[in-house]
Write a protein that binds this ligand. Structure first.
Ligand code: FES
Length: 220
């Protein structure tokens, strides 16, 4: 399956090859690969990171990108997440505390609302004492941590894994999700920004704010 990237179970080639199976069938195991909503064409990644990466300055970018983006409506200038926004899976189902077991990963999204349809986010779950280093523990809950899935190098989707390390298939940028998604290999110069999350009163994962830093490339 796939090609010879390190231990990739199902590569996300972003359209760079024709060898790989489509996303969506990992035997029912929650995975960052069971993400039918992230099968975007390369041009869509470009739109994504151009739009999301420039979100804080979107005022000047909104107009030229207006006809291109499928992630944000043309008039959208707000945050990707905000306090109380539910995290949902690729089918739009809200993610609950029991959705993942320790060691599992899943691509999630902000629950759609006007202006926002998708903004891929990596949700991981580990034992709480497994986290350290740069992880903002106040942003985690019940062993869950969430990071932007948009690589900070050139905006590809971080969709492979090597052990517990998150791997970007484009230039093999590597991020440690138990160390605040810090860079542990490859060309990225910034970690994946972490999303502050908590559990709602009905037991679902919600954001308590937006990503801690700029999404995608740039933002230094
Ligand atoms: S885009 Fe991810 S390593 Fe280059």
């Amino acid at each position: 399956m796939g090609h010879d990237t390190p231990n990739s179970e199902a590569d996300d080639c972003n359209g760079r090859c024709t060898d790989c199976p489509s996303d969506g069938d990992e035997g029912g195991r929650p995975s960052i690969f069971t993400d039918t909503r992230v099968t975007l064409a390369r041009r869509d990644y470009a739109k994504l990171f151009a739009t999301v990466g420039g979100l804080t300055a979107v005022g000047s970018l909104a107009a030229p990108l207006a006809g291109l983006t499928r992630v944000f409506d043309r008039s959208y200038t707000g945050p990707v997440y905000s306090d109380g926004i539910n995290l949902v899976d690729g089918d739009g189902n809200r993610v609950g505390e029991s959705t993942l077991s320790e060691g599992e990963k899943l691509t999630v999204f902000p629950e759609p609302r006007p202006g926002i349809e998708r903004a891929p986010t990596l949700l991981v779950r580990h034992s709480e004492d497994a986290y350290g280093g740069e992880t903002k523990m106040e942003f985690t809950v019940s062993g869950y941590a969430a990071y932007s899935k948009v690589c900070t190098h050139a905006g590809c989707m971080v969709s492979n894994e090597e052990g517990e390390t998150l791997v970007c298939p484009c230039h093999f940028g590597k991020f440690d999700p138990m160390d605040g998604a810090s860079v542990v290999g490859g060309p990225p110069e910034r970690p994946l920004p972490q999303l502050p999350i908590t559990l709602s009163s009905d037991g679902n994962l919600i954001a308590t704010g937006d990503f801690e830093g700029p999404v995608g490339p740039g933002g230094d």
